[in-house]
Design a protein around this ligand. Structure first.
Ligand code: COA
Length: 168
C-alpha cells in the first residue's frame, strides 16, 4: 500500500523581482480575492500595482499536499503608511482551509514583518459584520479606535482598529 502523502504549509513573502512563478501566484490570489471580497472591497484589479509599491508587501500561505500539488490558501497584505505606523490592508484564507490557525499565523507574520521597521502601531479597517476577522484581531491585541460610517459603501461601516507597541 502506498504511504499517505504528507501535507506541508509555509508562509513566504512574495518578492515580485525574485518570484519565478509570479504570474501564477498572483493569478491564484486574484481568484481568491474575487471569491472572498465584494467588488468594491476587492483589490483584484489592482494587485500588480499594489505589489509594485515600495511601501507595501504581501505574504502568502502555501499548502502542499503531496498527492495533489501546491496551492495558495491565504494571504496578508500590509503597508507602511508613515514612519510610525503600518497598516494591514488585506487578510484572507481560502474557505476550506479556515479554522486551522492559518489566518492567525499570517497575521502574526505580517505584524512581525511590520515590526522590522521601528513603528509604534499597526492599524487596519474591518467591517464589524466580519465577526471572525474582528475576533482574530482582538485575539492578537487589536483594539477598536473608532466606528467609521459608510467606509466601504453607503451601507457598510468599518471599525478602525489598532495594535500599539510599548517598546522603550
Ligand atoms: C478572518 C479569516 C482570515 C480567519 O482565518 P482562519 O484561518 O479561519 O482563522 P484561524 O483559524 O487562524 O483563527 C484564529 C482566530 O480567529 C477567530 N476566528 C476565526 N474563525 C472564526 C469563526 N468561524 N468563529 C469564531 N471565531 C473565529 C478566533 O478568534 C480564532 O481564535 P481561536 O481559534 O482561538 O478561537 C477568515 O475567516 C477569512 O478569510 N474570512 C474572509 C475574509 C475576511 O473577513 N478578511 C478580513 C477582513 S480584510
Amino acid at each position: 500500500m502506498a504511504a499517505a502523502a504528507a501535507t506541508a504549509t509555509a508562509i513566504f513573502e512574495l518578492d515580485p523581482r525574485k518570484e519565478t512563478d509570479l504570474d501564477a501566484v498572483v493569478e491564484e490570489i486574484v481568484r481568491l480575492e474575487k471569491k472572498i471580497f465584494p467588488k468594491h472591497e476587492s483589490l483584484s484589479k489592482s494587485f500588480h500595482d499594489e505589489l509594485r509599491k515600495k511601501n507595501s508587501g504581501l505574504m502568502c500561505l502555501k499548502i502542499t499536499n503531496g498527492g495533489e500539488g501546491a496551492e495558495i490558501a491565504g494571504y496578508v497584505m500590509y503597508s507602511w503608511i508613515s514612519s510610525l505606523c503600518a497598516s494591514i490592508t488585506k487578510l484572507a484564507v481560502k474557505e476550506n482551509h479556515r479554522r486551522q490557525g492559518h489566518g492567525e499565523a499570517l497575521l502574526r507574520a505580517a505584524i512581525q514583518k511590520c515590526r522590522t521597521r521601528k513603528i509604534q502601531r499597526v492599524c487596519l479597517h474591518v467591517d464589524p459584520t466580519r465577526t471572525h476577522a474582528v475576533s482574530l484581531y482582538r485575539k492578537l491585541g487589536f483594539q477598536v479606535d473608532e466606528l467609521i460610517a459608510h467606509y466601504y459603501s453607503p451601507e457598510r461601516n468599518a471599525y478602525r482598529m489598532y495594535l500599539e507597541f510599548n517598546d522603550d
